[in-house]
Every structure is written in structure tokens, then in C-alpha cells.
Write a protein that binds this ligand. Structure first.
Ligand SMILES: [Zn+2]
Length: 413
């Protein structure tokens, strides 16, 4: 075999495991005793996990915090500030900043990403050009899907609809949307209709920003679920954010969660960003601005999580570490039982893989060897300490190795 991982534990039951890899694929798994390989690596007793996915990110505006600075901290101001600069951003600048974000992500074990790229009458196809080039340069390191994202609306901006069709011809893989950015629910329905027309033409999946607002008036998630069923697109549609769900009453939430389940929608919570950006106008008690994660999980809905933004006008922090994101989701959504903690650990792994419809994801014979070895012996350790990614392995090749060393002085012994 080309590569053998020794001295690891599996990512579900945390039992001893060895993994043998040949021609980029997992060829053998055993508790111990695999024959030797051309290359051998020591997992140091840590978890051998399938690599992470980040299902919701924005590459082209990563790492432009402060200039311009969002003084209100609101989503509305962020969108306005971004609209002012998006057309002028040099392509090389988009590529350079995006590359720094991607290196952080890959170093932390993320090998798949979905990135939304603004498509509208302001930025036109300029930003798409930048991220298509970025994707090309990183094609050997990470698998990126681009989502054409009409952030400034489609029902109220017919010009943006033309650009959306063009974006799908020129490198976007997935049809995005933002129905709550329209004037009212009627226009939101039209927005969703247009997105499905485009998706049907290109046989593409759909991945929208949904109800990213504190206002309970917005419930375009319900329209999206209904349309998904009508179009027969079950399992192919993702709804990100879903913030107004935290402002709905229980009756409305129950009704819509049932439809989400029927439509097999995938929900992505971007808890770090929404905890920061939602509820800004609330006096206490303040709304959390995240979906009802526990209720969704209990109803059997697939929930994953995304980084969304990195140090920009939408959000001043971010680490491109999916364990960090999952940890924040666990806190924000009160996930504390053993099963709920395992769910949080699974969000950027199995749940996100299901949302992306990845075939054969996991540590199993026959799967492509896309793995991360964590210096942790349980899900709790992985989420609490966000430990070293000892090895990040893509298609059977070690891409990154990390060893952090802490030295105590003799007086501190
Ligand atoms: Zn987003």
C-alpha cells in the first residue's frame, strides 16, 4: 500500500484503527496488523476522521475588515458597504485574499467548500471571474463549488436575472438566492420561481440565503420547501442562515419545520456570524438569530454549519476551522447531551457531505482517502480544544502536517 496510518482511533466509536491507502483510495481498515506501506504515519492515538466540509462561505470578500468599517454591525450596512466596493476590487486582490482564507481552511482539514459569489447589476460577473481563477489555482488542494448569489434581488432587479443565467454558463455550479432581500413575500415567491427555472435548465442544486433577518414576517423558508416539493428537487436544496426562525412563534415554526422535513431541505446554520450580526436592534431579551437547531434535529432534518465570513464588513472574526464553527453552534443551540455533541461534531462532516450529495464519504474501504487526523480522542476533545490537525490527507497524499509544542520552563514544572 502507498500509505498506512497507524495508532489511530475511529471517528464514531473511538476504537483503535489502522487505515491502508492505495491509489488515493482506502483499501483496508483494521484494528491492528495491516501490512507495511511505502509511507507510514503515526496518528498518535488521535481520531482518524473524514475531512471537513465548509458548506457556506464567501471567498471574494474575505479578509477586508476595517476598510470599509461596518459601524452599526448590521447586515444592512454590510451589504451597502460591500456594494460600494465590489466592482472595483482588483482580480489579483480577490485571488490573493481568497488564497489566504483557503490555506487556513485546508490546514484545518477542510477539503470541500461551497462559496457564494455575488451576482448582480453592480458587481456583474467580475467577482465570479476572480473566484473561478482562485478555484483553478487550488484545484489540487480543495474541491470548491461556486454558488451564483443574487444578493441584491431578482424580482426587483431583472438585470440581475440575466447575470445569473450567464454566471451558470461561466463557472457557477449551484443556483443561489436571497428571497428575503425582495420587497415582500410575493416577490420572494417570484425570486424562488426564477431560481428554480435556472436550476432546472442547468440541472443544478439550489443553495439560498434564507430569512437572514430578525423579522418574523419573513418565512420564505416555507415557500422554498413548497416549491422544492412541487419541482421534485427534494434533497437538492439547501437553506442557509434561517434566522427569523428564532423569532417565529412555536406554531409557525412547527408547521414550517414539518414542510422542511418533507422537502428534505438541508439547513446550514452560520451561527458565529449570525450571533454577531442579528438582534442588533433588540433590547433585552435579545434574539439569537440562529435556526432552531435542536427542533430541526429532533424532526430528522439534516443540519450542518458554515463559517460564512472571515474578517470583513459582515464579521470581524473567523478562523476557517470547522471545529470552531461547530463548537459555537453547540453553544448557541444548547447542544450538550452526548448525542447532541456527536451531532455538532458531525455537522461539518457527515451532515455537510449529505447536503452536498457527496458519494461514499467516510472512513471506509473503497472511499477516496480524504482524511484529517486530529490530536484528540473524542468528539468533546475535538470540539473543546480544536486540536492540531496532525495530518490532512487528500486523495491519499499528505498535504499538511501540524505539530504544536508547548514548553514549560523548569520553574513551572
Ligand atoms: Zn452567506
Amino acid at each position: 500500500m502507498d500509505l498506512v496510518i497507524r495508532n489511530g482511533i475511529d471517528d464514531i466509536h473511538y476504537q483503535p484503527i489502522e487505515v491502508g491507502i492505495q491509489d488515493g483510495k482506502i483499501q483496508a481498515i483494521a484494528g491492528e496488523g495491516l501490512p507495511s506501506g511505502a509511507q507510514e504515519i503515526d496518528a498518535g492515538g488521535g481520531i482518524v476522521s473524514p475531512a471537513f466540509l465548509d458548506p457556506h462561505f464567501h471567498l471574494e470578500n474575505a479578509l477586508i475588515w476595517r476598510d470599509p468599517l461596518n459601524t452599526s454591525g448590521t447586515l444592512a450596512e454590510a451589504i451597502e458597504l460591500y456594494a460600494r466596493i465590489k466592482r472595483e476590487m482588483p482580480l489579483e486582490d480577490i485571488v490573493e485574499r481568497g488564497a489566504r482564507a483557503l490555506r487556513l481552511a485546508i490546514g484545518n482539514g477542510t477539503l470541500w467548500m461551497r462559496s457564494h459569489v455575488d451576482i448582480d447589476q453592480v458587481g456583474r460577473l467580475h467577482l465570479l471571474e476572480g473566484v473561478v481563477e482562485l478555484r483553478r489555482r487550488f484545484a489540487n488542494l480543495i474541491d470548491i463549488q461556486l454558488i451564483a448569489f443574487p444578493q441584491l434581488g431578482m424580482a426587483r432587479n431583472p438585470e440581475a436575472v440575466d447575470y445569473m443565467w450567464q454566471a451558470m454558463e461561466r463557472g457557477a455550479d449551484v443556483v443561489g438566492g436571497m428571497p428575503h432581500g425582495e420587497r415582500d413575500m410575493e416577490d420572494a415567491a417570484r425570486h424562488i420561481e426564477i431560481a428554480f427555472e435556472i436550476a432546472r435548465h442547468f440541472d443544478a442544486d439550489i443553495d439560498m440565503h434564507v430569512d437572514e433577518t430578525d423579522d418574523p414576517y419573513w418565512h420564505s423558508l416555507e415557500l422554498l420547501a413548497e416549491k422544492t416539493i412541487e419541482a421534485g428537487w427534494q434533497g437538492r436544496v439547501t437553506a442557509g442562515h434561517c434566522c427569523s426562525m428564532s423569532a417565529w412563534d412555536d406554531g409557525m415554526a412547527g408547521r414550517i419545520i414539518e414542510k422542511v422535513k418533507q422537502a428534505d431541505l438541508h439547513i446550514v446554520t452560520n451561527a458565529p456570524v449570525n450571533l454577531m450580526i442579528q438582534g442588533r436592534k433588540d433590547r433585552h431579551p435579545q434574539r439569537r438569530g440562529i435556526p432552531r437547531v435542536k427542533e430541526l434535529l429532533e424532526a430528522g432534518v439534516n443540519v450542518s454549519c458554515g463559517q460564512d465570513d472571515l474578517q470583513n464588513m459582515f464579521y470581524p472574526f473567523g478562523s476557517m476551522d470547522m471545529l470552531d464553527v461547530a463548537n459555537m453552534v453547540a453553544h448557541a443551540a444548547h447542544l450538550s447531551s452526548p448525542e447532541q455533541i456527536q451531532s455538532a461534531f458531525d455537522m461539518p462532516r457527515y451532515n455537510a457531505a449529505r447536503g452536498r450529495r457527496l458519494q461514499n464519504y467516510g472512513v471506509k474501504v473503497g472511499a477516496e482517502a480524504n482524511l484529517v487526523v486530529l490530536a484528540a480522542s473524542s468528539d468533546i476533545e475535538a470540539l473543546s480544544r480544536r486540536p492540531d490537525r496532525r495530518f490532512v490527507i487528500r486523495k491519499g497524499k499528505v498535504l499538511v502536517e501540524t505539530r504544536t509544542e508547548r514548553r514549560w520552563s523548569p520553574e513551572a514544572q
